[in-house]
Design a protein around this ligand. Structure first.
Ligand code: BGC
Length: 836
């Protein structure tokens, strides 16, 4: 026991060793001892989250854990700011510290592979995992990714950059084929992966679920062999996302090294046969095994225990870093007349209202969900910042969803007709219920009697004229499909595939009007997991909330999304979850001193109430210390410094991806797959055309000269800054590194941080380019009156585009414009540069 502990104590953080002849020889020697069967067993996962072991060569199994918001292997952990929040800090060194913290936590939990970071591009605000990802901008995403990965790997833990590639929507993520040209891929969707491989030397990459130009990621020759392992020289392990593999020979030959979580396709039976008939070479399998061996040896996994008791699972230091992350991410979007910061001496009573005020919402939903030890809610954070002299009033403001379902006053009973088939034929078993509140627990549900269809019929009588909300939800990750019609007209909810968030719609009803509601519901499991409710929108707002708001000096309404409404496996709405718009309006009507805080992976619809509130903060998903950071910012104990990592649109349809988001109608194709056990399955493959091309986010807004509600890179401060003295060389050789410098001054009266952003414009390009692109930034901390001189270097890539004809990065000599400022739209400094 003592010896084991002593050995473990020596296992201090250990960065991976570089490749060496000794490692190569050791890996070759291990390979030589394996039979073909043993080799194949090594390229398929086991027990959900492990690689396989080989007892004959003393090779243990290696453990994996999600990521990226915390080490999610068992029990509570440190819940870090999500990717979007971290990107809003524009602080790569903070990303490194968070990576190191994650790496240490992983070691303490015996984890070898951390399944993060997620670096897909936030193309549309609807995409359910934007909160895990960094940004709409490839340069920002790449710049945050590199130190994050270096931080994790410096602790002797393999980082796994995911989801390679173009998994930019959750809607139908398993089956959708993304149709995209190479230039768009290279310039927008791949640079963060490229930087992860070529700069951070990430040792694992995870393929995405979707297809790219007709081929699943796990067997995509272009992405895996040409780009990842060819152009970028990736030497590590390419694993599948969980159950993202569709073909034995395709996956084996086109780059996949490890099928997770189990070898459905790359298994001993199928691959032995493929080797025998020559469709897969044994050397191809050897290459995959060698990648695992080399990596494991470089990390010392065969020489030291991965568990390191020196790395605490509960770390006070990590809490401090998580707090710093939350502080740096809070983004002040609106602050009319310097309403914030609140003057503590003038606030005697503060009302904290809203479903996101308490308990803390640290992240979105899905595999990244990390449960924190003691997350700080917005309510607690505000109370702490306000101090004992301030009276804090709290109301959720809106009913919990099940409460709404249970309290809906239907006219008579709800009739439930359950048919023993999927198409409502034959004789149903009919029961009568008081209401529709059959919400099962959220999470994985066992497959059960999936052969039923249920029709619910109910009547609802409006007591008074006005707007009513109809709200529906089905439980579980793999939520059930349903349709709802009101008086024979189906409500057009957004399409969904794997899962869907709670849905709602507004109904305008007259006094005494009775409507007939019919739900057709197809449960996927034995449990019926369906809830439905209707209420006048105004009545949803609790009287307490209105009274508290009226009685308080200041009201804070904490709204936005959370795990059930923004998650892996589903796309979210652009409108706030049901009732929240009305809640903000009601609170703002009761108290003009109302501040709104938002949770979400990007922009959302603020149009109903934005001009009624003086202050708005975006907090993304700030992790476990978010409440403290928000309280400090509101009371001016901390100056906000977050900057939007995405453009914040007014409406969903003004987003450049909107008209290309859903699959092209009538263009579905079929994919014939022979599943394990020789079962043939025809998958329907919808095709999504990335018609927005390069014009993602601010590239669209600045190129078209139109403006979103808040531009990429924007965020207010309690102080002001000025930019001056831009120095750009008049000319430089094409391909050389160019230094640009300028001054940033704090022109206000409090200390603060500004993110100086450098954009490059290429007016003389021979191809069409976005009007400007972010190519450098630096966060500058300044005391009042202080000036700092900032120098940024622009390498060849900063001026390049991907040449479709040359199949390489190219620079067109001629004029470039360097723009510097505090957002993608506010760039007061301009300088010309000629590349020769
Ligand atoms: C997710 C991955 C995750 C994996 C393992 C998948 O559903 O897409 O991001 O790492 O599950 O939990």
């Amino acid at each position: 026991m003592v010896c084991v502990l002593a050995a473990a104590m020596q296992a201090a953080a250990q960065a991976p060793a570089p490749d060496s002849p000794a490692i190569e020889a050791h890996a070759q020697a291990l390979l030589a001892k394996l039979t073909l069967e043993e080799k194949i067993e090594l390229i398929g996962g086991v027990d959900g989250m492990y690689t396989n072991s080989v007892p004959s060569i003393d090779l243990p199994r290696f453990k994996m854990s999600d990521g990226p918001e915390g080490v999610r292997t068992w029990g509570p952990t440190t819940a870090w700011p999500g990717g979007a929040a971290l990107a809003a800090t524009f602080d790569p060194e903070l990303a490194r510290k968070i990576g190191e913290g994650l790496g240490r936590d992983a070691r303490a939990r015996n984890v070898n592979f951390l399944l993060g970071p997620g670096v897909n591009i936030a193309r549309s605000p609807l995409a359910g995992r934007n909160f895990e990802y960094f940004s709409e901008d490839p340069y920002l995403a790449a710049t945050m990714t590199v130190p994050w990965i270096e931080g994790v790997q410096s602790q002797g833990v393999i980082a796994t950059v995911k989801h390679y590639a173009l998994n930019d929507q959750e809607y139908n993520r398993h089956n959708v084929s993304v149709e995209v040209d190479e230039r768009t891929m290279r310039e927008i969707y791949l640079p963060a992966f490229e930087a992860a491989v070529t700069k951070a030397h990430v040792d694992a990459v995870m393929n995405s679920y979707n297809l790219i130009n007709g081929e699943h990621a796990t067997q995509n020759e272009f992405l895996n062999l040409k780009v990842l392992k060819g152009d970028w020289g990736f030497k590590g392990i390419l694993m599948s996302d969980w159950d993202a593999t569709y073909d034995t020979v395709g996956a084996a030959n086109y780059g996949l090294d490890l099928e997770m979580p189990s070898p459905r396709f790359m298994n001993v039976k199928a691959l032995t046969a493929a080797v025998k008939d020559g469709s897969v070479k044994e050397s191809t399998i050897d290459d995959k095994v060698m990648r695992l061996f080399r990596t494991a040896l470089r990390y010392g996994f065969l020489d030291r225990p991965q568990f390191d008791p020196a790395d605490a699972t509960y770390s006070v230091a990590d809490r401090a870093t998580a707090l710093e992350g939350a502080r740096e991410s809070v983004t002040l979007l609106k602050n009319d007349g310097g309403f914030l910061p609140l003057k503590a001496e003038r606030v005697k009573t503060i009302a904290v209202i809203g479903p996101n005020a308490y308990p803390a919402i640290t992240g979105g939903g899905g595999s990244s969900e990390a449960s924190a030890f003691e997350p700080v809610s917005i309510l607690t954070g505000i109370a702490n910042a306000a101090g004992p002299g301030v009276s804090v009033l709290y109301s959720r403001g809106l009913p919990d969803m099940n409460e709404l379902f249970r309290n809906t006053h239907w006219e008579g009973p709800v009739e439930a007709a359950a048919y023993p088939n999927k198409d409502f034929s034959g004789t149903p078993k009919t029961t009568r219920e008081k209401n529709l509140a059959n919400m099962g627990p959220r999470g994985w549900e066992p497959e059960g009697d999936a052969s039923r269809s249920v029709r619910y019929t109910a009547s609802y009588k409006a007591g008074k004229a006005g707007t009513y909300l109809i709200v529906a939800a089905t439980g579980g990750w793999d939520s059930d499909p349903y349709t709802i019609s009101v008086d024979g007209k189906q409500i057009p909810f957004p399409p969904h595939a794997e899962s869907q968030p709670p849905q709602s719609a507004a109904l305008e009803l007259t006094a005494g009007q009775t409507i007939k509601v019919v739900v057709e519901y197809w449960p996927r499991t034995a449990a019926l997991r369906f809830g439905l409710g209707i209420a006048p929108e105004a009545d949803l707002i609790s009287d307490d909330a209105k009274k508290m708001a009226a009685a308080a000096d200041v009201a804070v309404v904490a709204v936005g999304f959370g795990p059930p409404t923004e998650s892996e496996g589903l796309d979210r709405t652009f409108t706030l979850p049901w009732g929240q718009d009305a809640l903000i309006e009601a609170v703002a009507a009761a108290n003009p001193h109302t501040i709104v805080t938002l949770n979400g992976g990007g922009g959302m619809d603020t149009r109903r109430w934005l001009d009624k509130v003086p202050a708005l903060l975006h907090t993304y998903y700030p992790g476990q210390e978010g409440g403290t950071a928000i309280g400090e910012v509101l009371f001016g104990q901390r100056n906000p410094e977050g900057k939007l990592p995405v453009s914040f649109d007014r409406s969903w349809d003004e987003n450049p991806s909107a008209k290309y988001y859903y699959p092209i109608a009538g263009a579905d194709t079929k994919l014939h797959v022979i599943e394990p056990g020789h079962k043939a399955v025809d998958y329907v493959i919808p095709h999504v055309k990335y018609g927005d091309g390069l014009l993602v986010g601010y590239r669209y807004w600045t190129t078209t000269g139109k403006h979103p509600l808040y531009p990429f890179g924007f965020g207010l401060s309690y102080t002001t800054f000025s930019f001056s003295k831009l120095r750009v060389p008049a000319a430089a050789a094409s391909g050389s590194t160019v230094a640009v410098s300028f001054d940033v001054k704090n022109t206000g009266s409090v200390a603060g941080a500004e993110v100086a952003q450098l954009y490059v414009s290429d007016p003389s390009a021979t191809v069409t380019r976005p009007e400007r692109e972010l190519k450098g930034f630096e966060k500058v901390r300044l005391a009042p009156g202080e000036t700092k001189h900032v120098t940024l270097s622009l390498d060849a890539r900063a001026f390049s585009y991907w040449s479709e004809s040359g199949h390489k990065w190219a620079i067109d000599p001629g004029k470039f414009v360097i723009l510097v400022g505090d957002s993608s739209e506010n760039t007061p400094l301009h300088g010309d540069l000629t590349l020769k």
